[in-house]
Design a protein around this ligand. Structure first.
Ligand code: ADP
Ligand code: MG
Length: 728
């Protein structure tokens, strides 16, 4: 079959595909029974663990205290029996290497006893520590400097779970991944450290405000996940999607997203069947998915969970992505999590909703019902704004990747300039506090902290600014720059750390004022205007896409890092090293390793894309163009043979040969650029890919897409945007 025929065959096959049902039924088992049935949850722990072991384990989980090592054997035993009852034969330490995805190595419970019998073995030691062969995971030079081996360490705050496969099940134990000298080789460890740092500072603030009972403050996360779903038949015929996760060619279809008829539109049945199955599988693992809907681009959708503690939410986020990919296959779809699978329509993000909550359930970003509570809320809110202003670059850095560069810095939500949206009312409150004057005609007096009530802050979607990278949405902040394909850990690690630093700064001042016998309200009233004056430039409620804003932001001195290569060096800037060291989140070598990995990853990603583009150009697109060129030339000759001149066809032939010629030139230029790429130091290597290879790829694509609009559709070898985005 020719490639062009395969394309037509794909369309036919898609047309015959029916929605897949039969796997999910909440009438057979009530949703209450389904929820967390594959989770070693608190209630399973309560049932199965000796009382004192359960109590000690919960204490570790809830207050962040170190685990009592003597309980490990007892927990392991209960976990093993529970897992085997659920059909598990293997266990795995599941971790988050610095590449961004997850890693696992399975070990069998089964141990032969030597006399022909077997034993199901799983000890406290197996639970607490593992030694995966870590040498192939990127360490950014960490292991070279320290030790060759890494080990995984049980994270009791994220409960173990069971993952089914078509022929069995595995007990999955969330773990950290560390070098023998204690350096974090993963993304979870720094997140946990940052949660500790934030908790410490937030508790200080709560004590100032008279809260003596809260023991810990958790950061809470809810990630809205955007994704594309296309039929697998199309996917398999696109080497660029298979190898790079995004299309490297593809002419703009006649219909894109301009009618805006997709957002919140009726969900196609085949897609809904997929969503329901993803939700079912996640429910069983105790991951509560709350919303699902169509997104702005055709074939784009979104799902969002109920928020949870940052660590758990992150594990669940990664699990969600894994489950989406897996279930998509069962439905004949491919789930594209890349930030920009298709040019010309919206890309995908992961809106990271973030807040802080005490162990008693108080959300620190919830405006209060009393002036006292409002004072605390205003201080917390100001602390976040101060942090985002002061460390905008670091936040931007956490959203940097080759894939996400196509969203940030391009003409799409959100921009690379980090600003904060507070909404009209809250901005008004802050302005009044700063100037000491009421500036809204409705109110007679300016706000007195701890005395006046705040105006009611709206929480409905209509009032929101969807173009802002960092928006206050009623009782949480939403960081929208995170890429759809990313592990959200880095963003939350940085967010926690910079807010901890802000709270530390604020508490130090308030504590000393209170010690000097200033009353707290007066101290807050005196401090807030200074803070506001400092972070005011970061506040922006307008349209973040507009060119005006870019000019204005520059005037305000806000950084605008347009791509990964520009922002990465910040990771190891002196201030960054000091900040993360002070709060015990990343050591200097850990920051260096992360910078190294980010750059390597960037250069490799672009290189793979360039080589894939070249291969497709040489072997698929150019041959189709030449075939068509021949057809046109033959037609002209045939007409001429019977005495008819065809000037229009000659014009067409010229267009085709010109485009094919320019295309071939662009391939050679790209090949040359790829061949001349420097190796060695990570920054220059990445910079070269950014400055030289990406433009060469763009030029190649320009001519490739031109050819797509000229060449006979019958022989065009690649599924088109029109097909991939609209046929399901
Ligand atoms: P949107 O209109 O932006 O979709 P939602 O209210 O549906 O907003 O919430 C989006 C996400 O924010 C959900 O995942 C939700 O669980 C999460 N979220 C809500 N409250 C909090 C909070 N206090 N902390 C963290 N995430 C939260
Ligand atoms: Mg949202």
């Amino acid at each position: 079959m020719t490639t062009a025929m395969k394309r037509q065959e794909a369309v036919r096959a898609v047309g015959e595909t029916q929605p897949r049902g039969g796997r999910v039924s909440y009438t057979d088992a009530h949703v209450r029974e389904v929820f967390a049935e594959h989770l070693f949850s608190e209630s399973v722990q309560r049932q199965r663990l000796p009382k004192d072991v359960f109590r000690k384990l919960q204490k570790t989980i809830k207050s962040g205290e170190e685990l009592d090592p003597t309980i490990a054997d007892s927990v392991a035993l209960a976990m093993r029996d529970w897992a085997i009852e659920h059909g598990a034969t293997h266990f795995t330490h599941w971790f988050q290497p610095m590449t961004g995805s997850t890693a696992e190595k399975h070990d069998s419970f089964v141990t032969p006893t030597g006399d022909g019998d077997i034993l199901a073995q799983f000890s406290g030691k197996d639970l607490v520590r593992g030694e995966p062969d870590a040498s192939s995971f990127p360490s950014g030079g960490l292991r070279a400097t320290f030790e060759a081996r890494g080990y995984t360490a049980w994270d009791p705050s994220s409960p173990a779970f069971i993952l089914d496969n078509p022929n069995g099940a595995t007990l999955v134990i969330p773990t950290m991944f560390l070098s023998w000298t204690g350096e974090a080789l993963d993304k979870k460890t720094p997140l946990l450290r940052s949660m500790d740092a934030l908790s410490k500072q937030a508790i200080r603030l709560l004590r100032l405000f008279g809260n003596s009972s809260a023991k810990r403050v958790f950061t809470t996360i809810g990630c809205e996940q955007e994704y594309f779903l296309i039929d697998r038949h199309f996917f398999l015929n696109r080497p660029d999607l298979v190898n790079c996760g995004r299309t490297l060619f593809g002419a703009k279809p006649p219909k894109g997203q301009e009618l805006e008829d997709n957002y919140f539109g009726a969900i196609p049945e085949r897609v809904l069947a997929f969503m329901a199955e993803v939700e079912y599988e996640l429910l069983r693992l105790g991951v509560p998915i709350k919303t699902r809907h169509n997104e702005v681009a055709p074939a784009q959708y979104e799902l969002a969970p109920t928020f949870e503690t940052a660590n758990l939410a992150t594990d669940h986020q990664l699990l969600t992505m894994e489950m989406m990919r897996k279930v998509a296959g069962r439905h004949g779809f491919t789930c594209l999590l890349h930030e920009k699978p298709f040019a010309g329509v919206n890309g995908s993000g992961k809106h990271n909703n973030w807040s802080m909550s005490t162990d008693e359930g108080e959300n620190l970003l919830e405006p209060g019902d009393t002036p006292h509570a409002n004072a605390q809320f205003l201080v917390v809110c100001a602390a976040v704004c101060r942090a985002v202003h002061k460390y905008a670059g670091l936040l931007r850095l956490t959203a940097a990747s080759a894939g996400n560069d196509h969203r940030l810095g391009a003409n799409e939500a959100p921009p690379a300039i980090i600003s904060v949206f507070l909404g009209e009312q809250l901005t008004d409150v802050f302005t009044q506090l700063e100037t000491g004057k009421a500036n809204s005609s409705k109110k007679a007096d300016s706000i007195k902290v701890g005395v006046n009530m705040l105006p009611k802050l709206p929480r409905d979607a209509g009032d929101r600014n969807r173009t802002s990278p960092f928006a206050f949405t009623g009782n949480k902040f939403e960081f929208r720059a995170v890429g759809s394909n990313m592990n959200p850990s880095a963003s939350n690690t940085v967010l926690n750390t910079i807010v901890a630093e802000s709270l530390d700064f604020i508490c130090t001042r308030l504590e000393s004022a209170v010690k000097g016998k200033t009353n707290l309200n007066a101290a807050v009233q005196a401090l807030l205007p200074k803070l506001i004056a400092e972070f005011k430039p970061v506040l922006f409620d307008g349209d973040n896409y507009s060119a005006d804003w870019h000019a204005e932001a520059e005037k305000r001195g806000l950084p605008n890092y347009k791509n990964t290569v520009e922002v990465v060096p910040l990771a190891t800037a002196k201030e960054s090293i000091e900040l993360f060291k002070k709060y015990g989140v990343y050591s200097k070598v850990e920051l260096h390793s992360r910078q190294e990995i980010l750059l390597e990853n960037y250069a490799r990603t672009v290189n793979i894309e360039a080589e894939t583009a070249s291969m497709m150009a040489h072997t698929m697109i150019l041959p189709a163009a030449l075939k068509y060129q021949t057809t046109v030339a033959e037609a002209i000759n045939a007409a001429k043979a019977v005495g008819i001149e065809t000037p229009e066809e000659k014009e067409l032939l010229k267009e085709v040969t010109d485009a094919a010629g320019a295309f071939r030139k662009a391939i050679l230029a790209l090949d040359k650029a790829v061949g001349a790429a420097p190796h060695g130091k990570a920054l220059p290597a990445a910079k070269y890919q950014c400055d030289t290879v990406i433009p060469a790829m763009a030029e190649l694509r320009r001519w490739g897409d031109r050819l797509e609009t000229l060449v006979d559709d019958e022989i065009w070898p690649l599924p088109t945007y029109r097909e991939m985005l609209f046929i399901r």
